[in-house]
Write a protein that binds this ligand. Structure first.
Ligand SMILES: [Zn+2]
Ligand SMILES: [Zn+2]
Ligand SMILES: [Zn+2]
Length: 427
């Protein structure tokens, strides 16, 4: 870029509309990127720079090769550990170099929470769109890339979801921070053999409809639609979550009833320790996490990685396998020690506040996926529908609720983060 153009850039600022894509792999971010391209977005992929830097090792990252994704994950983490905004700087430099003026931009592949915060600072007109899908569907879609190696898929997915350090991957946290969420379920884009499905046109249409929905609202000047009732209630749940002082996750929940086809909130809550019990932030620890760490420490060198079988030598934070980088905490404690959680959960609090009232046909909105314990309370309260935002919903809980007549629906739409940026205030 010439010096003059550089100055021009500084003068006009980075005012482009930028859509970032995040979500567990296999959800369909790549497909959404292609749809946005057709809609005039200039496409960029964060992983392109990682691939470029693995020059000479191209053979290792060919899809289907054992550990191909791990090589990319390791490299991504390695450079972020040295400098948190390493990859963001790279992609922004590429955007600047292309001199795309005021065109819209899509950046695919956000897998680190800090990177999302970085780009939000650089592009004030940034929106993070999360594309999610159920795990078994994701597996069907990427099965070929793994040549059927399910264990490797699960290991990569555990790392992708939440590594316990700033430079690691944290897709769950990214989705929690999204401006728009879309659940791309029941859409198989490819056959396991890699061939296009006959109705892939229909799937592309669905994705395009979804893109039309958020793209037209993001500039903040159109009013092609107001918020859906679900977006309003979920925004209230997000607002509740802001009161939580939990160190791990902030959760909000709202219970509504519908009368004469109007929906009213009647109860809400957020996750927090009981009154008179200090919060995690005050204690500076998460009790269930401390317990997990203490147990791992006590077992010490006795721990073998469940994924690759390697006996661990110097086991300490952040609890990754020295051989295969498995996320050992996630792997050895799949329910993340939830039974030792000291907090009253958001859903639990909202239900407690009903004071024993049974809300037949009521709805519960939650900013994460209800745990199994809360599912029992949901049934007890007579709630008929659960709407949630979560990249990694628990299959067992969904089945338990559905088997007992509760509709379980993933949320699609704008989150509280974007609510007042895209929806006009009604006078
Ligand atoms: Zn906590
Ligand atoms: Zn291992
Ligand atoms: Zn719960």
């Amino acid at each position: 870029m010439t010096e003059q153009k550089q100055k021009e850039k500084v003068r006009i600022g980075r005012s482009n509309l930028v859509v970032g894509l995040t979500g567990p792999f296999g959800s369909g971010c790549g497909e959404m990127r292609k749809v946005l391209e057709v809609l005039g977005f200039h496409p960029f992929k964060i992983s392109e720079d990682i691939r470029k830097e693995l020059k000479g090792q191209e053979k290792l990252i060919v899809k289907g090769k054992p550990n191909w994704r791990k090589v990319l994950q390791d490299r991504g983490n390695e450079m972020r550990k040295e400098s948190q905004d390493y990859w963001i700087k790279k992609v922004v430099a590429r955007i600047d170099k292309e001199e795309i003026g005021n065109r819209k931009i899509v950046v695919d592949g956000f897998r680190n929470f800090q990177e999302v915060q970085e780009i939000r600072k650089i592009y004030p007109n940034f929106f993070l769109v999360a594309i999610c899908a159920q795990k078994n569907e994701r597996w069907q879609r990427v099965k070929n890339d793994y040549e059927g190696r399910y264990n490797e898929f699960e290991r990569d997915d555990r790392r992708d979801r939440s590594e316990d350090y700033d430079w690691g991957q944290s897709v769950q946290k990214c989705v929690d921070d999204a401006d728009y969420v879309y659940y791309n379920n029941e859409n198989f884009l490819v056959y396991p053999q890699g061939k296009e499905e006959p109705n892939s046109d229909k799937i592309k249409r669905t994705l395009k409809n979804q893109a039309d929905d958020f793209v037209s609202l993001m500039p903040g000047i159109t009013d092609h639609r107001g918020p859906h009732p679900e977006e309003v209630q979920m925004a209230a749940a997000y607002a509740q979550s802001n009161s939580s002082k939990c160190k791990k996750r902030h959760v909000g929940a709202v219970i509504t009833i519908t009368q004469d086809s109007r929906e009213f909130p009647i109860s809400m809550g957020y996750n927090e320790n009981p009154p008179h019990v200090p919060t995690c932030s005050e204690l500076q620890i998460c009790c269930k996490d401390e317990d997990m760490a203490a147990k791992l420490k006590a077992r010490g060198k006795d721990i073998c990685c469940p994924s690759c079988g390697t006996r661990q030598k110097d086991l300490s934070e952040p609890w990754t396998c020295s051989e295969c980088s498995e996320n050992l905490k996630e792997c050895l404690y799949p329910s993340r020690n939830m039974e030792l959680c000291t907090a009253i959960h958001a859903e639990e609090r909202a239900i407690l506040s009903l004071g024993g009232r049974i809300v037949k046909g009521g709805r519960l909105y939650a900013t994460t996926f209800p745990c199994f314990q809360c599912a029992r309370l949901i049934l007890d309260a007579g709630i008929g529908k659960v709407v949630y935002v979560e990249a990694y919903p628990m299959k067992e809980t969904t089945e338990f609720l559905e088997k007992n007549g509760v509709e379980v629906v993933p949320f699609t739409g704008f989150t509280a983060r974007a609510f007042f940026r895209v929806f006009k205030k009604v006078n």
